[in-house]
Design a protein around this ligand. Structure first.
Ligand code: GTP
Ligand code: MG
Length: 474
């Protein structure tokens, strides 16, 4: 027989082909257990697609590619081919990881959080979920990782003016599958510059405490605001990681809606440089001379003003030169921004001018008004963006997207737009809609009657308060 096969090689080929076919078919049938002829017929029908959709299981994303192949096969039985026998003898369907299945290109971007070691719990909550999620049925405190980053795996960069403890590092690592970096703020970015008269700074803190402004007596708060204003974008890690965009995260913030697209990519493809969710009014006792110092700078550098800027967000007057600041600012505990804007000559010269004046220490200038004034003057208004679709809250104040069907009946959001501070004209949203390229969001129409009612109620309350104050002679 062997001789006859050697004499006629075509027979040998037929024999080999038969063996290979039998092996393939038997492996195809071998994984799942079934017994009816109907199942055999179904499996036979799937044979061609099975032969087409072999995946390369040595790829680092093998499991995710398996999932994609399965999506094409679209049959429960095809799962069997990829199932893996576990130690108990059961077949486990393949696993998948949203961020690796999502092979869309990523921006050069990261989350950046300045945080203290003792804020670990709040930080972990911002990253993922508070412990209540584990014991409660309600999806309350779920945040960046759950709502967004599981699908994208953008790195986390944690920065601190002191070394991070091992406990801090260990715990935050547990709450993300993305790369995590820890950095220290360079001493020269978190100390008094030599032109600051520290006795004068002390006296002004005492004066401000008498006015009752929050953090009036705090030195570290002032260093923090100065660092967030002038140095965060210079941290060596932002260069090492070659970042273009950052998303600022603080402890105890909440994302209240799923984010199903990449906001960094949104920034990039729309040429946006600064994104925010909430606009509000600054406490004027903390920045008595910030505006005049800004106007002095603008007089020196009129060429830095963007031709189509968003100045009407921050002034209510017609002309910038003789205007006053209306105290509106973007709430900077949430920011998605372009680091290249902060590294621009306009911004860096502006920060230096402010810093030279000493206002970060002699007053208590916040990074929020500084960023906001710069974005409103040195960027075109099309480059500044309200992320109206990102549900966000911090310290009891929040923004919640409008649109019942899209955001609320769909299960995407967990917030009430009528309780959000951005729903009405107040809190500077009216100023933003007036100044912005996009204008007032059309979705507000859906809520118009309720908004009118709320605005009427709040103006009634305001006038009652005023007449009470007048009566008491305040
Ligand atoms: N490492 C470090 N981080 C700080 C320090 N002070 C503030 N931060 C961080 O800076 C950010 C802003 O500080 P907050 O205390 O939240 O100040 P705030 O947002 O103006 O005030 P709240 O409305 O109370 O949240 C947070 O991410 C803090 O964790 C500090 O001294 N060291
Ligand atoms: Mg805060």
């Amino acid at each position: 027989m062997l001789r006859s096969l050697i004499m006629r090689p075509q027979r040998l080929l037929i024999l080999l082909a038969t063996v290979v076919t039998v092996v393939l078919i038997s492996s195809f049938f071998s994984v799942t257990s079934f017994n009816s002829s109907k199942h055999i017929r179904t499996r036979l029908r799937q044979l061609p697609s099975y032969l087409r959709n072999q995946v390369c299981l040595s790829s680092p994303y093998a499991e995710d590619q398996t999932y994609n192949a399965l999506a094409k096969n679209a049959s429960v039985y095809s799962i069997g081919r990829y199932a893996i026998k576990d130690e108990q003898g059961n077949y486990r369907p393949p696993e998948f990881n949203a961020a690796t299945v999502n092979q869309a290109p990523r921006a050069k971007a990261a989350f950046i959080a300045l945080v203290r070691n003792d804020e670990l719990e709040g930080m972990v909550q911002s990253m993922q979920e508070c412990t209540c999620l584990r014991t409660s049925l309600y999806r309350t405190d779920i945040s960046d990782e759950f709502r967004f980053n599981r699908k994208y795996n953008y790195p986390w960069v944690f920065l601190n003016d002191k070394p991070f403890t091992n406990q801090f590092k260990r715990e935050v690592r547990k709450h993300t599958r993305a790369p995590v970096y820890f950095g220290e703020v360079p001493k020269e970015h978190w100390s008094y510059p030599d032109w600051i008269d520290q006795f004068k700074a002390f006296e002004s803190r005492v004066e401000m405490m008498k006015l009752g402004a929050p953090y009036a007596g705090s030195e570290s708060y002032r260093h923090m605001c100065r660092w967030q204003s002038g140095f965060f974008f210079e941290h060596p890690l932002t260069y090492q990681l070659d970042l273009e965009y950052y998303w600022r995260v603080e402890p105890n913030v909440h994302l209240t809606c799923d984010i199903d697209y990449d906001p960094f990519m949104f920034m990039k493809i729309n040429n946006k440089a600064y994104g925010f969710t909430i606009a509000m009014v600054e406490i004027d006792t903390t920045i008595p001379t910030l505006w005049q110092t800004t106007l002095d700078f603008v007089k020196k550098h009129p060429e830095y003003l963007a031709p189509d800027n968003a100045q009407y967000f921050i002034i209510d007057d017609d002309n910038l030169e003789d205007s006053s600041y209306n105290m509106c600012h973007f709430w900077s505990n949430f920011e998605i921004g372009d680091l290249r804007f902060f590294r621009s000559k306009q911004y860096k010269d502006y920060f230096k001018h402010l810093d030279d004046s000493g206002g970060f220490f002699y007053e208590r200038w916040g990074d929020a008004p500084v960023h906001s004034i710069a974005a409103s003057l040195f960027l075109n208004r099309t480059q500044v963006y309200h992320f109206k679709d990102i549900g966000y809250s911090h310290g009891g104040m929040g923004h919640c997207p409008l649109g019942e069907e899209k955001y609320h009946q769909s299960g995407k959001c967990d917030c009430n737009p009528l309780e959000a501070i951005t729903i009405t004209e107040g809190f500077c949203m009216g100023d933003w809609w007036f100044a912005s390229a996009e204008g007032r969001p059309p979705e507000r129409k859906e809520y118009e009657d309720l908004i009118r009612l709320m605005e009427a109620q709040s103006s009634e309350e305001e006038s009652e308060e005023m007449s009470e104050q007048e009566e008491s002679g305040d």
